[in-house]
Design a protein. Structure first.
Length: 255
């Protein structure tokens, strides 16, 4: 009888331990725990818990936004901007995110650079969708495509309906083409090109990927660059004004 009771107690304890371990790995529980630590101004501990959430691939816009706030409170402006930029890809229309990112970027020295002029056609395609994530644009593109297919098929089946739907077909077609253009440009910019942020206080940029190479210019924390190549602990980067150089890999993190 005693042996049976001990076995039951052991099973209950094991079950409770398993549930507790599972709860600790639950992204939502970890998120609330990290937020609580942030409110208590335990920023180092909060960043560690947020990192655990990223470790289990539970990525979201609010998560990156809170990570950015935490890094900013810790004085790590570069990492804050990096996190805000990652959040921006998931929720570009969020007002608080825009404000925090703009303020963090105002503390960098990017304003002293003259960026290359933006393609006006690309800007016109992207402008109507600037408040939406790439996933949202892709969903809109799929819906418009399906609408075109349905209208085309119904027009074949019923010629009378084909004449009546003409007034709707061309606006949907134009919307589809505009959305397709916006998606293509956004996809190339966000998924093909590798944007990065300087996370070191200063990063010496060199003509060649070797320590003995002469310095070309210096990047400051929080500046955004385009990462062209990575090899042997170095990154080939392009600055906003188009200048190319090599920098240590740990000085720049990709968005």
């Amino acid at each position: 009888m005693k042996k049976t009771l001990l076995i039951l107690i052991a099973l209950v304890l094991c079950a409770n331990f398993a549930l507790s371990a599972e709860d600790l790995q639950d992204p939502r529980s970890l998120f609330y725990k990290a937020n609580s630590l942030y409110e208590q101004r335990e920023y180092e501990k909060a960043s560690e818990v947020y990192a655990k959430i990223l470790g289990i691939d539970a990525v979201s816009g609010p998560l990156y936004f809170n990570i950015g706030n935490t890094f900013f409170k810790m004085g790590k402006v570069g990492y804050a901007i990096l996190s805000y930029k990652r959040a921006q890809r998931l929720m570009p229309g969020d007002g608080d995110l825009k404000s925090n990112l703009a303020y963090a970027e105002s503390l960098t020295e990017d304003s002293a650079l003259q960026p290359l002029p933006q393609n006006r056609i690309a800007w016109l395609f992207k402008f109507p969708f600037r408040e939406y994530s790439l996933n949202t644009v892709s969903i809109a593109l799929i819906i418009l495509y399906l609408m075109l297919i349905v209208m085309f098929l119904t027009g074949i089946i019923n010629p009378v309906f084909k004449r009546r739907q003409t007034i709707f077909f061309y606006p949907v077609l134009i919307g589809f083409l505009l959305t397709l253009g916006a998606f293509s440009i956004r996809y190339y910019d966000e998924e093909v090109l590798n944007h990065g942020v300087v996370v070191a206080k200063e990063a010496e940029c060199k003509y060649e990927p070797i320590d003995k190479s002469n310095n070309y210019f210096t990047l400051k924390e929080g500046q955004e660059v385009l990462v062209l190549n990575t090899r042997n602990g170095w990154r080939r980067i392009r600055r906003l004004d188009g200048k190319l150089a090599w920098v240590k890999s740990d000085a720049v993190e990709e968005i």
